[in-house]
Design a binder for this molecule. Sequence first.
Ligand code: GUN
Length: 284
Amino acid sequence: MSANIIDGKAVSEKLLQNLKQEIVTRSKQGIRHPSLAVILLGSDPASSIYVRNKRLACEKIGVKSVAYDLPVTTSEKDLITLIETLNDDANIDGILVQSPLPDNINKDVIFETILPYKDVDGFHPKNIGLLALKQPQLRSCTPFGVIKLIEATQLPTQGLDAIVVGASNNVGRPMALELLLKGCTVTICQRYTQNLQQKIELADIVVAARGKPEFIKGHWIKPGAIVIDIGINRLDDGKLVGDVEFDVAKTRASFITPVPGGVGPMTVATLMENTLLAQKLFAQ
Ligand code: GUN
């Protein structure tokens, strides 16, 4: 058996085209284009690529992107002042501060400074809380993108056993809440989890967000499972691999995402969806 490959690039392109169309329609009705402020501190190569992709997506679909490329030495106080200015700016719908941030800046303080209504990353405690309470508004981009990929399989999810490997604030935890909303019975694993292999062997949906190359072995995958790989790890030889041993896993799964070209493009597309949603829900 060989799994169907879930083409994240194709699913994200379709979403972006739909968003573009909606922005054009709204523009014809006299509504301004949505706008996203993207703040980048320093020049970390990976962060610079992510930010470039986000800005390119904005350009592609008619979201106005406002760039703040700040020195890595920027103080927490100055960053907070900038965010507060953007919070008060009625022409800005979304604010994104690219992480990781330098050590002198407390990322939790920064993410809480962004008004929940402009928190298009979906990281603010209020937005995570709304997701936990089954009233999602601005949803964390990567988990929201994963749900769209699972929906693209057209398989029913109610009652399935799902396992999330990794319990980070930005990915693993909101991912588990999203799967709960889809009617799954959810197990969240973290570094202290015992008998991980046995747990994965029972799962109908495996979402890997551990950040370790090929940490989840292919032969652990239950035949017919859906496998979603959020990991992006660069090996010494330059090759990009996920958190799942893809070549073996794909002989067992029913559907599997590749790395690259799986979850990555969805994170950008859902960021665009959130930016338009923020404008629709909250712009005066
Ligand atoms: N760094 C890596 N992924 C992300 C993301 O989705 N949002 C932000 N703000 N920073 C990131």
